[in-house]
Design a protein. Structure first.
Length: 155
């Protein structure tokens, strides 16, 4: 019999639900980032207790597994000195002459729209260990970045 005429169940045609991918590399976090992860775990656990639908419960458990894994693997970074660009610093710089300001944080804390970028982002990697006054190459261009100032990120 042709598959077109068979109907064992609708579930065999549903898209599989995969785990939320964990970013590669170490899970470096700022104190603020660790607090956000812990709060997320607590919020999901509270939300899970109120759920009744199987699909909702499965989705919440999937989210909970991700955040619990992130909590267990979190590596708190030492407090930055503010002299060089590190995780937990805010950097004022000029990119191709245009002023910009970003803070470098952990993967789960990143919010580019708010100026928080992950330490694993290409721009953050280019800035790491630089000091005020340095000129850095970026995206194949010589001296594309000028570091104006570095300060500890006020969390």
């Amino acid at each position: 019999m042709s598959v077109a005429f068979r109907r064992d169940s609708d579930e065999e045609h549903l898209e599989p639900k995969f785990e939320i991918p964990i970013p590669p590399g170490p899970n470096l976090v700022t104190p603020r980032g660790l607090a956000l992860i812990k709060r997320r775990v607590t919020d999901i656990e509270a939300h899970l207790a109120a759920l009744t639908g199987d699909d909702e419960i499965k989705a919440a458990k999937r989210d909970l597994r991700y955040w619990q894994t992130r909590e267990v693997t979190a590596q708190l970074v030492p407090a930055p000195s503010g002299k060089t660009v590190e995780i937990g610093t805010t950097v004022n710089f000029r990119l191709h002459g245009k002023p910009r300001m970003i803070s470098i944080v952990g993967d789960d804390e990143a919010d580019p729209a708010a100026g928080l970028i992950s330490f694993s982002a290409p721009l953050a990697r280019a800035l790491m260990d630089a000091e005020a006054g340095e000129m850095l190459d970026f995206a194949g261009k010589d001296e594309a970045i000028e570091i104006v100032s570095v300060a500890v990120f006020s969390q």
